[in-house]
Design a protein around this ligand. Structure first.
Ligand code: DWN
Length: 403
């Protein structure tokens, strides 16, 4: 569905298109066979001229995006475990203990840690596959969070002291309904912790591969505030985190101003964001995206000259956009190695490159195209044997470079 109204402020015909990435299949659907015919959906990105929210112009329905075949399991990226440990410790230190709802808890990577630290936890997630991995003693709802679902959860369990929602706000098709749901599950002193990939890092890091159908909105503190304030929430603190190549974690409450004064770091971060409201900022990304595609293809071609074996590292959702937009398929990459059991033995969406488990790689390639570029430091640490034997990583972003 091509949207004509803004997902945040609802303005009609206020969306201006700045980037057209063609038509791509769904990023977290890995076909079982090379012959599977995949549906492709237009992937166009625009900005609202009224509230400046950057958003996808084309909306794929939720039941199509998050069906039984949804392939993202948070725990599969094992090098990210210290991140979840530190996140759970931080919540314990800042919030103490109480009832806590995690929206989009996926396989329970964070929820289990919070449960272990004494929070009285409940999870909600529409993706049945990952949700089945949450330990039985933790109550869960296999549903997408909405005002209707919030009512059910509250009638079962009451309101929560804390709500945590990581990497989900960008996925929501009806942002105002989601905020209404937040309002229902929280009381006056509840704290809402939202983490989203940060538009500022997307732009400075040329991270155009974050644009795929699951991600419908791309946020700054300013555009987050423009949705939360009309729904009764005030952001009172924010921190930058390294997740997904750069994210923001915000703390909001209905009782802010009184209970939770706004921190200086939040106020100064927000004051420095005027550039993210500018049309030119987003438009300037377009030329860089094409430049990245051309130089990446040049480097991949060069890597093949010897002839060398080139494989992909991490069948990430992001890589769907990168590979499809750049036209990198099985004629270029021999395989993609990935630690998610569900993706192994399948093929990358659209580009049909075989996905293999680390133990099933035919040999180490000469070059890995690093599709999970957001984990570069951790992957370099875990692949010291490969690099010490002359193996190279081709890192596509912020600009293609061979390491
Ligand atoms: O919002 C979303 C984010 C948070 O996660 C979702 N829509 C989907 C997903 O995006 P992604 O797939 O781009 O996420 P990651 O965390 O960048 O990549 C995870 C994938 O990378 C998994 O398939 C596992 C794989 N991986 C690997 O094979 N070896 C990851 C690491 C670190 C590794 O060493």
């Amino acid at each position: 569905m091509y949207r004509t109204d803004c997902g945040s402020c609802g303005s009609i015909r206020s969306l201006n298109l700045f980037l057209d990435l063609g038509a791509t299949p769904l990023a977290d659907r890995f076909p079982e066979s090379r012959d599977t015919v995949e549906e492709r959906w237009p992937l166009r990105v625009g900005m609202c001229q009224r509230c400046n929210l950057v958003q996808l112009m084309d909306i794929v329905p939720d039941d199509v995006l998050y069906g039984a075949d949804y392939a993202y399991y948070t725990g599969a990226a094992r090098s990210h475990n210290p991140y979840w440990d530190a996140y759970a410790d931080m919540l314990k230190d800042r919030l103490g203990r109480g009832s806590l709802l995690e929206v989009a808890c996926n396989d329970g990577s964070l929820l289990t840690r919070l449960h272990d630290r004494g929070f009285d936890v409940v999870g909600v997630d529409p993706a049945n596959g990952p949700l089945a991995l949450v330990p039985d003693e933790i109550p869960t709802y296999p549903l997408a969070f909405s005002a209707e679902v919030a009512e059910k959860v509250v009638s079962d369990r009451g309101q929560f002291d804390f709500v945590v929602a990581n990497n989900v706000f960008a996925h929501v098709s009806n942002l105002n309904d989601f905020c209404k749901a937040l309002a229902k599950v929280t009381h006056r002193h509840s704290v809402v912790v939202l983490e989203v990939q940060y538009l500022g890092d997307l732009v400075t890091g040329n991270q155009f591969d974050h644009f795929y159908h699951e991600h419908r909105s791309f946020f700054s503190l300013r555009t987050l505030e423009r949705i939360l304030i009309p729904n009764g929430f005030v952001i009172y603190d924010a921190v930058r985190t390294p997740a997904q190549g750069g994210s923001i974690r915000i703390f909001a409450s209905k009782g802010a101003y009184f209970t939770y004064p706004q921190t200086d770091r939040f106020l100064s971060m927000r004051a420095g964001e005027a550039w993210l409201d500018e049309w030119f900022t987003m438009e300037s990304l377009v030329g860089r995206v094409d430049h990245i595609r051309d130089s990446l293809l040049e480097l991949v071609e060069k890597a093949h000259e010897f002839p060398d074996v080139v494989a992909g590292y991490g069948a990430t959702a992001k890589s769907c956009t990168l590979l499809n937009y750049c036209g990198i398929d099985a004629s270029t990459l021999d395989w993609v190695v990935d630690t998610t059991p569900w993706k192994q033995g399948r093929f990358t969406p659209g580009t049909k490159i075989p996905v293999v488990a680390p133990k099933d790689e035919p040999a180490k390639p000469d070059v890995y195209l690093l599709l999970a570029w957001n984990y570069l430091p951790a992957i370099l640490r875990q692949e010291t044997m490969f690099t010490s034997q002359g193996g190279k990583f081709l890192v596509p972003l912020p600009k293609p470079v061979l390491l």
